[in-house]
Design a protein around this ligand. Structure first.
Ligand SMILES: [Zn+2]
Length: 572
């Protein structure tokens, strides 16, 4: 049997005058995530017939179809029938569209292609892989790899069937009937949105007011007082043929809900979000809102009205406001930002009249129900503490920036990159080694040096190690990237702080722009978590590492000046 195997194998790689009686093998399985259109039975057949037509020595004598059978195994009725025909000698050639049609199991597919078919003298043709065992042995090396990919494919069975509309949505084409307030449909291309200048100004004001501390109701009131038409009225005014399912009263006013909807709408930052709703099936007409992660988002499809920074600022505020009383018309400077150190609840603002004068305090919300102590702090003191801490922090960032600018002129980047580059070289060698090991492993299994069990075990351990190596390669590349970009865009946060260098009073905007949280302790002590604190810490670390590499850098001053977040009353 060994010698027969070898003989057939050799004859298969030589061009022959032989007549080939071919069987077309086609397979389709939705379970495998096969592409419905390109992998349809008809398509596969047509493609193979076209290809076989130019092969003078091949005659197609039969077709075998496994419709609805997974490629994960070979327990398929038509496949078994085909093997019987091969054994009987009626067929000596098998043609498939691609290897995944034949089988998606790496080991099993390899066995057929490398052992069983050569043994029976079967010529195997995979059209899309340009693989023909009668023509050349050069391509054979790639077969194990193709198989491996097909194997991986098989595990990923959750590819969804896409409708044409979904494809359009994914392309970023606007398919709604009406443009969202602030935009209009481009007269040249109805699938595109362009800015409506008048409404865009209103949108900008809404975001500005929100960031300045107004509530949604307060903003709605402003707009109504200014006589600004609500989005619905505006639509009617500019003559759009619009009929809403809601009964409209003639003076549809701005509402807190309408303002909230605008503040949350990603359309304003250039993102087209569609496919939010769907009907469960053709019998149920009622639309349901799909989970947010299933919405189709396409970025930068149209010109934004609001910057991404302002949008996320406003939306962080919406989240914070949710935790305060929703009915309030204005939001206080520290609303939703000041929390109790012991129970984590919001600090609430209280007014205490004393002899004709009003005093304002913040106390823990839980203290009313005696579940916590008051943690009482006067608003005036809190403002003073926060303002001076913020000023100090901005000052520190100023110093930090000057040192960062200094490091830019030093050869520190090159030194760092060379160091990482050396590591990267080693890791890449490792990746190559495992790649070679995996190939030789497969060969060892085919030639019987190791059995299938050993093969699987070793393959898994090699794959794991090469995955790890590839991960560290990615990480090292990232590090290099980081060093190269350590100036410029990456320090946008510094510019943010610098823009407020001369801050002399505390505003809601300043607080929400620079502070994530203020923790209030008993005894008039507070701790401040500034925004971008990880950027700040990284910059400090970077400066410190530079000073180790190049000792002449004067970093001691900055390292000592690092803001002490915990501020005591006496310290001010
Ligand atoms: Zn508390």
């Amino acid at each position: 049997m060994q010698s027969l195997h070898a003989n057939v194998n050799q004859s298969a790689v030589v061009l022959t005058e032989k007549e080939w009686n071919a069987c077309i093998y086609v397979r389709l399985s939705r379970e495998d995530g096969d592409k419905e259109e390109s992998d349809s039975i008809t398509n596969q057949k047509a493609l193979i017939h076209d290809y076989a037509a130019i092969l003078p020595d091949v005659t197609i004598i039969t077709e075998m179809v496994d419709d609805g059978y997974s490629g994960a195994n070979f327990e398929r009725p038509s496949f078994i029938k085909m093997m019987d025909e091969i054994k009987s000698g009626r067929i000596n050639c098998v043609i498939v569209k691609d290897l995944s049609r034949f089988g998606r199991n790496f080991v099993e597919t390899g066995k057929y292609l490398e052992q069983i078919f050569p043994f029976f003298g079967v010529r195997f043709i995979s059209v899309n892989d340009r693989l023909d065992t009668a023509k050349s042995s050069n391509d054979r090396v790639i077969v194990p790899f193709k198989n491996l990919i097909n194997d991986a494919y098989c595990r990923d069975i959750s590819i969804k069937i896409r409708s044409q509309l979904e494809t359009k949505r994914k392309k970023g084409d606007f398919i709604g009937s009406f443009a969202v307030y602030g935009y209009m449909k481009d007269t040249q291309n109805h699938n595109r949105l362009v800015i409506d200048d008048y409404a865009a100004d209103i949108i900008r004001n809404i975001f500005k007011w929100k960031i300045e501390g107004q509530s949604q109701q307060g903003i709605a009131n402003n707009l109504n007082e200014m006589g600004i038409l609500s989005p619905l009225e505006y639509k009617k005014f500019i003559g759009l043929n619009y009929s809403s399912a809601f009964k409209l009263n003639s003076k549809a006013k701005w509402s807190a809900v309408a303002v909230g909807r605008i503040l949350k709408d990603e359309t304003y930052i250039g993102v087209l979000v569609q496919g939010k709703r769907s009907t469960p099936n053709h019998k149920v007409k009622k639309e349901v809102v799909k989970p947010k992660e299933d919405w189709i988002r396409v970025y930068d499809t149209h010109e934004p009205i609001i910057s991404k920074e302002d949008f996320s600022l406003a939306n962080n505020l919406l989240l914070k406001d949710l935790r305060i009383s929703p009915g309030k018309k204005t939001v206080y400077v520290f609303s939703g930002i000041a929390h109790c150190s012991d129970c984590g609840m919001n600090m609430v603002r209280k007014t205490v009249p004393d002899g004709g004068v009003k005093y304002f305090y913040y106390i823990c919300k839980n203290s009313k129900t005696k579940n916590c102590t008051t943690h009482r702090i006067s608003e005036k003191l809190l403002e003073e503490l926060v303002l001076s801490a913020l000023q100090a922090h901005i000052n520190n960032i100023h110093n930090l920036e000057q040192i960062l600018a200094l490091t830019d002129t030093l050869p520190v980047k090159q030194v760092e990159i060379q160091r990482i580059d050396k590591q990267l070289l080693k890791v890449n060698e490792e990746i190559n080694r495992y790649r070679e090991l995996k190939i030789s492993l497969h060969e060892s299994m085919i030639s019987g040096i190791i059995d299938e069990e050993d093969y699987k075990e070793l393959k898994e351990s090699y794959s794991k190690k090469s995955d790890e190596a590839e991960k560290s390669a990615l990480r090292l590349n990232d590090e290099i990237e980081k060093i190269l970009n350590s100036k410029g865009d990456k320090n946008f946060w510094i510019e943010n702080f610098k823009a407020h260098s001369n801050i002399t009073a505390l505003t809601r905007k300043a607080v929400v722009s620079f502070i994530d949280e203020i923790v209030i302790y008993e005894g008039n002590r507070i701790a401040i978590n500034f925004k971008y604190h990880s950027n700040y810490d990284n910059a400090i670390k970077f400066v410190q590492s530079v000073s180790e590499l190049i000792p002449t850098v004067p970093i001691t001053s900055i390292a000592q000046k690092k803001t002490d977040n915990l501020i005591e009353k006496g310290a001010v």
